[in-house]
Design a protein around this ligand. Structure first.
Ligand SMILES: Nc1nc2c(c(=O)[nH]1)N[C@H]1C(S)=C(S)[C@@H](COP(=O)(O)O)O[C@H]1N2
Ligand SMILES: [Mo]
Length: 536
């Protein structure tokens, strides 16, 4: 019979065992990051487990995460993974107090999980990707085994109980606190050093990538963008800039580590159904072609009514239809065999666009430049797709490396496998940028202003309604192109009290924006944007 005596020393020993587990976990991750820095930064244990988690997240949860955490969703995920690993590691530590070998083997088991995640990532580069998780786990297991050894160092004299031999000692009398503290201290310092070294090495390779991006010179466009008419740009405090600066441009993707592609070894392959002349291009070959420059507004399907995932930039790139034409591709309306273009990125993302749309004369681009500089890493360096009128998830592949012509019947890309629509033209939307929701507005006349977009159809009209009053025409800035958003303003003659301001747009075809509320899944949110404002 075992009587567990709960006394201070038992509690202390348990606490130190939990700490051993935490240190083992920390060591595993730190060594994992160091090995990843040498193998491939994308193969780090937290990155691969996080990536696997993102891919397995159900659509509703992903939507919730984007809604709740916005662009911090990835940080929240990584903190969640770290917290989970921490809890499991501490439990494993306590468990190892009794079952030292099994506890250490448990750490190895986590390593196997990490290695499996690494090898099944769509961008896995080979067996080497398993190394960070495996070597990290070996280091972690060794730490746990050693540290727990101090806590069980001097077992109590065999306890003579009636149950016979083999029963674990319930409380070693002379365990080695001093040894433990030294061992734990050395481990903590060594693991921190390994992690810091890993970070430094990854940072250094990042600097190399930054330098090679800076070395890319963008040629002047053969077909420059039309000047933005001065009357297309309103200067109203709180209103979105007509051209979104790169640093403020929204970012939506599944990459926990932003790919830093080497422009010298980058290739783009075009192949598949109906491709009579498959080809592979280097970046230099693309840069030497006649480039077009266009202002195009990009929107994410995950953007809520009134949401922030929309931005407008001046893109410089190769007309996609030209490349496809050279490859022998014909759109379905001219007898082409492929109706879906699947773009694949270096991080294994797949996005599918209708071949008809990218070849119908619109300015579908393989973009190389964004607002006068090479694409930022976050936005797809060295090359990405941009197709006016289609949501990003069905067109705007960043870090693109492969274009395959296929059919919608034959292949479902990433987001379609996750319940989003196969085809997703951008829905007409108008947004009130100022005043902000729940603002206290001054009395008198207040300028209400915002943007409206219906890419490739254009915006014909914007109307504002105060409470349940009549719809009133907003003043429209000039339309730059049908592929860009349009700014608008409305002089609101306030009356004191709380008011609901609502906006709606009419697209270039005369369709009034629907009032019907729809969620973002499966093909984009709809409904009118309103803000509640109190006037004094
Ligand atoms: N490789 C890759 N490309 C991608 C994505 C992604 O997750 N991975 N997300 C797409 C989505 S959903 C959108 S809305 C746009 C966003 O582009 P941005 O981050 O430059 O604004 O990129 C698209 N291209
Ligand atoms: Mo998106």
């Amino acid at each position: 019979m075992t009587v567990v005596r709960i006394n201070r020393r038992t509690v202390e020993r348990g606490g130190l065992a939990a700490a051993s587990g935490l240190l083992a976990g920390f060591t595993a991750l730190a060594v994992g990051e160091l090995v990843a820095a040498l193998v491939r930064p994308q193969a780090g244990p937290v990155t691969v487990v996080g990536g696997a988690a993102i891919d397995r997240t159900p659509a509703w949860l992903k939507d919730f995460a984007i809604r709740t955490f916005g662009e911090s969703d990835k940080l929240v995920l990584q903190l969640g993974i770290l917290a989970t690993i921490g809890v499991l590691a501490a439990l494993l530590g306590v468990f190892a107090l009794r079952y030292r070998r099994t506890g250490a083997a448990g750490v190895l088991a986590f390593g196997v999980v990490g290695a499996a995640a690494a090898l099944t990532r769509p961008d896995a580069a080979g067996a080497g990707d398993a190394l960070p998780s495996m070597l990290g786990a070996v280091a972690g297991a060794a730490v746990l085994y050693l540290l727990v050894g101090f806590l069980t160092a001097a077992p109590a004299a065999p306890v003579a109980t009636g149950d016979g031999a083999g029963e674990p000692a319930e409380e070693p009398t002379g365990w080695n606190r001093r040894g433990f503290l030294i061992g734990a201290g050395v481990t903590a310092v060594a693991a921190t050093g390994a992690g810091a070294l890993g970070r430094t090495l990854t940072g250094r390779s990042g600097q190399g990538a930054t330098a090679s991006r800076a070395a890319v010179t963008l040629p002047a466009p053969a077909s420059p963008a039309a000047d933005i008419p001065s009357r297309a740009v309103l200067r109203i405090p709180g209103l979105s800039a007509f051209t979104t600066p790169n640093k403020d441009f929204y970012r939506v993707d599944t990459a926990l580590v932003v790919p830093k592609v080497d422009p010298d070894t980058w290739r783009l392959r075009i192949h598949g159904k109906g491709v009579t002349r498959p080809r592979t291009y280097t970046l230099q070959e693309l840069l030497e072609r006649p480039l077009i420059e266009r202002d195009i507004t990009l929107t994410c399907v995950s953007n809520e009514v009134g949401g922030p995932y929309v931005g407008s930039a001046r893109w410089l790139g190769v007309r996609l239809a030209d490349l496809l034409g050279e490859a022998g591709v014909k759109p379905p309306s001219r007898g082409g065999r492929a109706d879906q273009l699947v773009a694949r990125s270096v991080d294994g993302m797949t996005l599918g666009s209708p071949v008809e749309d990218v070849m119908d004369g619109r300015d579908a681009l393989l973009a190389l430049g964004m607002n006068g500089e090479p694409l930022p890493f976050d936005h797809g360096f060295p090359v990405r797709m941009v197709v006016p009128g289609l949501y990003g998830y069905v067109s705007a592949c960043k870090w693109i490396q492969d274009i395959e012509l296929t059919t919608f019947d034959a292949y479902d890309p990433y987001w379609v496998k996750r319940k989003w629509a196969r085809k997703a033209p951008i829905k007409t939307q108008a947004r009130i940028d100022t005043p902000k929701p729940f603002a206290q507005a001054a009395g008198g006349t207040v300028t209400v202003a915002g943007v409206a977009w219906a890419q490739h159809r254009g915006i014909q009209r914007v109307e504002v309604r105060v409470d349940d009053g009549p719809w009133q025409e907003a003043e429209l800035a000039e339309q730059a192109t049908t592929d860009t958003w349009r700014q608008w303003s409305f002089p609101w003659k306030t009356t004191p009290g709380g008011h609901n301001l609502t906006v709606r747009a009419t697209d270039g075809t005369g369709q009034v924006q629907t009032e019907q509320r729809a969620r973002t899944i499966p093909d984009g949110a709809s409904g009118w944007h309103s803000v509640f404002v109190t006037a004094t």
